[in-house]
Design a protein around this ligand. Structure first.
Ligand SMILES: [Zn+2]
Length: 70
């Protein structure tokens, strides 16, 4: 009985792995729909803008305006 249990535990771990590339990417959050967006370092703005363009085209004008003021 004890041995059988032990073997069962040993057979599981190696196959379970998370996709490291996806998990390591930093994420930003869309302020409108609260969706989490993964981006590559330095490309947070690009990803956000692209998301806005696809999902919230009407909000893109407001954001662009805020950026030009800086
Ligand atoms: Zn959104």
């Amino acid at each position: 009985m004890l041995i059988a249990r032990y073997q069962k535990q040993m057979s599981t771990p190696a196959t379970r792995r998370y996709p490291v590339t996806v998990t390591r990417l930093p994420v930003t959050r869309c302020q409108i729909c609260k969706r989490t967006l993964a981006y590559r370092p330095g490309e947070a703005n690009t990803v956000l803008t692209e998301h806005y363009r696809r999902t919230h085209p009407e909000a893109l004008g407001l954001i662009a305006e805020a950026e030009t003021e800086e």
